[in-house]
Write a protein that binds this ligand. Sequence first.
Ligand code: GLN
Ligand code: ZN
Length: 754
Amino acid sequence: MVSTIHGYPRHGRDRQLKKAIEGYWKGRIDQSALLDQVRDIRQTRLRTMVEAGLDEIPVGDFSLYDHVLDTATLVGAVPERHAGLSGLDRYFAMARGTDSIEPLEMTKWFNSNYHYLVPELTAATGFALDPGSLLEQVDEAIAQGVTPRVILVGPVSFLSLSTSVDQDATFQPIQLLERLLAVYAELLTALAERGVAWVQLDEPIAATDLDAQTAAGLTRSLEVLGALTDRPKLVVASYYGALGENLDLLANAPVEGLAVDLSAAGRADVEALRAHPGLAGKRLIAGVVDGRSVWRTDLDAALDLARTVGAGAASVDVSSSCTLLHLPHDLTRETELDPRLVAQLSFADETLAEIVTLARGLAEGDEAIAAELAADRQRRETRRTETWLRDDAVRARAAAVTEDDARRATPYQERAAAQQAHLGLPVAPTTTIGSFPQTGEIRKARAAWQAGRIDDESYVSQMHDEIDRVIQLQERIGLDVLVHGEPERNDMVAYFADQLTGIFATRHGWVQSYGTRCVRPPLIAGDVARKHPMTVEWTTWAQSRTERPVKGMLTGPVTILAWSFVRDDQPLGETARQVALALRDEVVDLEAAGTAVIQVDEPALRELLPLRRADWQAYLDWAVEAFRLSTSGVQDRTQIHTHMCYAEFGDVIGAIDALDADVISLEAARSAMAVVDELAADGYSRQVGPGVWDIHSPRVPDVEEMTTLGRTAIERLGRDRVWINPDCGLKTRGYDEVEPALENLVAAARALRS
Ligand code: GLN
Ligand code: ZN
């Protein structure tokens, strides 16, 4: 009975990894300094897990940028355009591109806010093992006296998460399985030689609906790797949901262990696992502690689960349900959070402690952890009965919502005419997604204000100056619908969370979103209400500085939920409705203040989509209702925009339509406008701004490139329905990129018009 996890946060509790890598990119440190710092971060990380008392430590879950990218380089799946480079240059070129080479596409990792880089494969991809970096980490761990369990992205998940770039449209990455297995076999031999006892193959794809070929591939891969003679023992792991019909594939595989998600998400498997014949003689790693939840674990329930679920297994280990990558590091630094809330929370380090406690209870009996169990019972009772997070007025208002409240009375075509009469926009109007670069001065001003070093008046005047600058810039460049630039927002969710009751911000709760980008998800812990208007002052100030329309910018209810840690004591849809009502009041206030265009961003709509199709409709019902509830309080002539990025939208086109927004801007540049075809094929009838500039790369596209993309969109959708805009907000870019790129974008729109 050991305690373990599937992965631990990578960025360091002070985001040292981000600082090191970005320092390297900017030329502040050289490669060897970077590698030294990275080694340091990795060793500190291992030490944390060891000192927490974890028996078995994951190794290989660390990554400089992304673990799927690491796997691609590990198995030699390097696209031709990057193949001329080597080492870190190649790695970062694949991750973020260079001036002349495009990076891999990036997309959401399962139903999380983590983004991975999508490996590109063709029928001709020849894999070749490049294990240097992984073996270095293994050696490092062993040298530190750690018992590693090496975590690998499993071959079938790797292929399923990859994309085909083959000419032949019938080619599917899964067809490369045999070739890839040969490389995994070689790797397992190398790991056995290093003295690694256990290797875990992460196959979270098993928590999704599999086609027959992928399911057969899963069986086949475990047979092939299981049959190897010179190999470490193997655990196959799945997480982020229940295995359902895929459970037998994994449980019956000829390997030595199975790791399963037994958090609420995976709980449905418990009955099938109990005394499963495939578990005989095997090690079961029971993920009884939710690796993605910040709420404390019900220790009694977890212990009970761990004791019963593995009746048929040789041993049962206590683990998190998945990697702790999605959790902030530690709660002890959150000294400003209400202690009543702190008492209910557990971040990565507290989760380690829970797992260690449970393993001890399992091994030594309840008495060994009697104090912990008693404290936890008390804690649960407190959460159930305390009232400080309750707002009965909010509950009553949410309960009274009717279908009509979530519907704009007039159909889109009529609204569009009223909006065009009101706004008078040209063909192919140009706009941006909201944020402008966050300069050092803005960040400094915000930090100073938050720390109380400058007063409201001087803060507001600095923000006004910035808004003025951004408005002037947009006027000079010639954009049609302007934005105020969002200088007052550090984060598009946190900004609203700070102004809503029931939601709490952390100080240090950073979680990796992609590469070096970390976010600090707020905690939605209670009933949500708006205290006062949240954006009206900034938007009206911006509007007062220009004749052109300024778009009001809000973050949508689904995204606020997706990018927060949400209370687990009521259905998500219930919480979404409360947030939607607060936003609805803001939308109505913006309109009343003279805002003619209002954008409600929902970049995370696709992200929360359940992994199983059977669960989609129930989710989309509440998600769509929440968006509509927040946007339907306005007159016909007020134009509602929404924005989405980073997703395969094909799955949610129907829901995008059902949002009934007048205009949607979408990430499209990296995928060469594929989304436009999906919308056209679905008969989508409203206006669309498919991004013509991939703002996640430092590359500035030229006029011709953006014109070509815009033309493609116009050919597919028709000339009155296309907007020209970037893929996403500009806050992570610098003005040296933004100015030329927006000039090119406006020039492209003009070329298209003529
Ligand atoms: N309005 C936001 C911005 O421009 C949207 C960001 C996003 O889609 N993630 O920053
Ligand atoms: Zn975006």
